[in-house]
Design a protein around this ligand. Sequence first.
Ligand SMILES: [Zn+2]
Length: 237
Amino acid sequence: MFHRQSSHTEFVVENITISVVRKNIKSLRLSIYTQTGKVRLAAPLWLSDDALRMYALSKLSWIRKHQKRLESRKPQAAQAFVSGEYHEYSGGRFILEVVPHTGKPRVVLDHSMLKLFVKDSSTKHYRANVLAGWYRDRIKEQIPGLIEAWEKRIGVEVAAWGIKRMKTRWGSCNIRARRIWLNLELAKKPARCLEYVVVHEMVHLLERNHSKRFAALMTQFLPQWRSLKEELNEPEA
Ligand SMILES: [Zn+2]
């Protein structure tokens, strides 16, 4: 056992490079960066290198699963909105089927298919917008019930909420206006992740900063919040 000067190190298990950050924390925290797929392990200062290696080994299937998921998501930037493509909804992957249709556009979930009823001549941009509108409606259905339930549990009141596209955050909270914004992309995540973001933003009405108190409140209201946060692939700062 020896102490390193630097708190940043790296090791490799089964061809997977894991960067280690030693911090004054109590437990191990594993995360994967959404953009790069890189694996990061935040570890308490006192844990041995062997212990970290063992931990990483025990998490290999989890790491692989998430890396694969990120990999499969990469082509999404170039999605063409044509039949056969995979699209995500509520934590699942669905095969897009574009159904030629002349009336009002609509989206229908049919088992593993996501059916998009649009004009044959519709553009990629138009189809993307129809699907985005459908995603928005799916979130809208869930929010009022979630907010109502959590207002009672947390003891705060939300004055207004909205959904918008956000590049770097899953949600935000304007504390003074008691207004919550949610990222449209949450429609692609499991409902439990949407709930986690709603609770996170509502807890900001009690505590502005991501402080120890904030974490304690989250644990009080939603004990599994850390794993939900991981599921959303938010690397710890
Ligand atoms: Zn926050």
